[in-house]
Design a protein around this ligand. Structure first.
Ligand SMILES: NC(=O)NCCC(=O)O
Length: 383
């Protein structure tokens, strides 16, 4: 039942009378997204390789002193191609192959920056609380096989690659982190950004494996714009988005792994709201499909043991600083979303709405510093 709907947008297209559809889209999505004219070869390749390919463009006003700063981002969502009990190396190789074919199509579509889903080289197995074999998917962010693979892609296609992996940090006792590796279009490693907020909700048992990240809120200056990576559960934390934006991010990727019953109603709101509040573009990406584990696990809630975390509902999209957004990719199928944006829109919206200027950050900095003290006295007025 939960899985049957292909996408909210296809449902709207089918059922809203044509004379009302444009108005519905204006209210729900900030307008009809401009469709990109993608190459026929890319559309046929997507069909042949069985993934959803959609492309949309966001405009900006022409300025006198700045040229348009047009960039194309690619968001890739996918299911795991092999059962979770397949040998680790075989699963990783199959995921590399799948991503390689989708990135090839992204290149045909002129994508400059591509981002994959959270821990894209593995099943999202942290629900199980088992260590082996899942910890064997962890790799060095600096010179692991996946980083090397992405460096080759980056060089081949002149594309910035954002590669979220399970990181093994050999410099610090081999501990694990949930990390996005950022690779320049030259193929050079630009750096990494670790997941700042680790969920403690439902079967998202990630805290069994790794701690809250210690890399802060880095932004990466690339040839195509300034980017940051707010990994999955960080989406629920407005201050996390804010800090990336304060450090200058124009595009914030949000590689995720989240399921319908838990978060689907929040999904269209949170990243879009972050784009509005921070005058930037946001790009939430969710994996697809239902992953099965041989050993049943419990949720610690008295319920029955089960073998699946739930349905990952895809629906990756891009939101713009003016509050408009693209339709989402499929809820059930692998996909590539290509979004063209003029980064000048960030400053144009900032000049219009002035959230950075009116944000009163100094007041909140002071008050938050007080509120986190152990003997804080809340400001409650009583009769
Ligand atoms: N991967 C992850 O942090 N998931 C938590 C659930 C959510 O944030 O929707």
């Amino acid at each position: 039942m939960e899985v049957a709907l292909e996408s909210l947008e296809s449902c709207l297209e089918r059922h809203i009378p044509p004379e009302e559809l444009a108005e519905v889209k204006r209210i729900l999505y900030g307008g009809e997204a401009r469709k990109l004219d993608l190459p026929t070869a890319a559309l046929s390749a997507a069909q042949e390789k069985d993934f959803d390919l959609q492309g949309y463009g966001f405009g900006a006003a022409l300025e006198q002193l700045r040229r348009p700063r047009i960039v194309r981002v690619g968001l890739i969502q996918n299911e795991i191609p092999l059962p979770t009990d397949t040998a680790v190396a075989v699963q990783v190789a199959a995921l590399h192959r799948r991503i390689e074919e989708i990135v090839g199509v992204a290149a045909m579509c002129g994508v400059n920056i591509v981002c994959f889903q959270e821990t894209w080289t593995m099943p999202f197995a942290f629900c199980t609380r088992e260590k082996l074999p899942w910890t064997e998917f962890a790799e060095s962010a600096e010179d692991g096989p996946t980083t090397k693979f992405c460096q080759e892609l980056a060089k081949k296609y002149n594309m910035v690659v954002v590669s979220p992996i399970l990181e093994r940090d050999e410099l610090h006792g081999g501990i694990l982190w949930n990390t996005a590796v950022v690779i320049s279009n030259s193929g050079a490693l630009l750096g990494k950004s670790r997941k700042n907020h680790i969920p403690r909700v439902g079967d998202f048992n990630e805290s069994t494996y790794y701690m809250e990240g210690n890399t802060g809120h880095p932004v990466f200056q690339t040839q195509f714009g300034t980017i940051a990576v707010n990994i999955c559960y960080g989406r629920h934390h407005p201050l996390n988005w804010l800090m990336y934006s304060i450090n200058g991010a124009e595009i914030i990727f949000n590689p995720s792994a989240t399921i319908g019953t838990l978060s689907e109603a929040l999904w269209p709101i949170e990243a879009r709201n972050a784009a509005i509040a921070n005058h930037c573009f946001t790009c939430p990406i969710n994996r697809v499909g239902t992953e099965y584990y041989k050993n049943a696990f419990t949720s610690g809630d008295g319920g029955r043991a089960h073998h699946e975390l739930g349905h990952f509902y895809g629906s990756s999209y891009v939101a713009a600083p003016d509050g408009s957004r693209t339709p989402g990719l499929s809820r059930t199928q692998d996909g590539l979303l290509v979004a063209e944006m003029d980064l000048n829109l960030c400053r144009q919206v900032s000049d219009k709405w002035n959230f950075k200027m009116t944000g009163r950050y100094e007041m909140y900095a002071e008050k938050l510093a007080e509120a986190v003290q152990p003997f804080f006295i809340p400001n409650i007025i009583k009769e």
